[in-house]
Design a protein around this ligand. Structure first.
Ligand code: MLT
Length: 311
């Protein structure tokens, strides 16, 4: 390997495997993106990227773990839009979205789907609206904790339907999906990176997608916007970060490797199958920094409007 120090007594980064923290359970949407990306980044790094699942509290536990890790490039975070919601949802989120990290870049954008257990009575979004009104307080909605994508979308859904639902938190939407398949919970709004296969095989009922355009891999599924909920839109962008203070050459190497990973045809094909859009043009620190700056106040406003209180 090319680890011989050139002149200086410093080995070249990376000289050992890198830990990629996913702040949600294994086998779920974030994990699916992370594992594909870890594989796609390996050739350019010359090292393995090992995914560590650290779920809980809407992703804030795993995110905080990386914020507090050594800034040496061996701890990286793969998180999504929930990164920018923590300051408005938690009194002590454990990290500051502006100050705790060095951004590496944006990764993918993922639409969401509103789904139900296969034997849930409503057959479309209109019937769903009527059903939840008639069955107030009895309909359960799974999510991956306060601030998770499923919670963000769930909050928008509750607003749109005008009825409170009984929310049930999990450490990720992988275990939530298990309970939906087991018919222990009624509803969920979850990313296509976790739901495409279950929708295709008819193991869950699907009502709508949350993008303004239909998703090519789920062509029969109407958008919320076209189903009478004008302007209902949520896309879950994903980003990669390292702890604040990580040396510039290490950041630069990770940026290059992220870009190489996103350009990998196998990664692109997998993301396409799962309904995700690869954010090639914003896969750099400026792109991610701008996104976070725009998203933190946007979500704060939505939660204020929806009356969601800080934990
Ligand atoms: C996960 O990987 O479990 C999800 O991204 C959870 C979510 O944010 O809804």
């Amino acid at each position: 390997s090319a680890m011989l120090a050139t002149g200086a007594a410093q080995a070249e980064y990376p000289e050992r495997p890198i830990n990629m923290v996913v702040p949600f359970a294994a086998g779920g949407p974030t994990d699916n993106v992370a594992r594909s990306l870890a594989e796609a980044m390996r050739p350019s790094l010359g090292q393995t990227v090992v995914v560590e699942n650290k779920g809980g509290a809407g992703g804030t536990i795993g995110t905080t773990q990386v914020a507090r890790a050594q800034p040496d490039g061996y701890s990286i975070l793969l998180m999504h839009a929930g990164f920018s919601t923590a300051p408005s949802l938690y009194k002590n989120p454990g990290y500051d979205p502006y100050k705790s990290f060095e951004p590496i870049g944006l990764v993918v954008d993922v639409p969401m789907t509103i789904i139900a257990r296969s034997d849930f009575p409503p057959n479309n979004i209109k019937e769903l609206a009527e059903y939840v009104k008639a069955n107030k307080d009895k309909v359960s909605l799974a999510n991956a904790g306060i601030g998770a994508a499923s919670h963000l979308c769930g909050t928008m859904l509750v607003e749109a339907l005008g009825v409170q639902l009984l929310t049930i938190p999990y450490k990720g939407t992988a275990p939530a999906m298990n309970d939906l398949l087991g018919k222990q919970v009624d509803l969920m709004c979850d990313q296509t990176t976790n739901t495409t296969q279950q929708i295709d095989s008819g193991k869950v009922k699907a009502y709508a997608v949350t993008s303004l355009q239909r998703v090519p891999t789920l062509p029969k599924l109407p958008t919320m916007d076209e189903s009478g909920y004008k302007g209902f839109e949520v896309g879950i962008w994903h980003g990669m970060w390292v702890p604040k203070g990580t040396p510039k050459p290490v950041v630069d190497k990770l940026v290059k490797s992220l870009q190489a990973g996103l350009a990998d045809p196998k990664f692109q094909e997998r993301m396409k199958q799962l309904g995700a859009t690869v954010l090639t043009n914003e896969a750099n620190p400026q792109g991610l920094e701008a996104k976070v700056k725009q998203q933190v106040p946007q979500w704060a406003e939505l939660f204020k409007k929806a009356g969601v209180e800080q934990q």
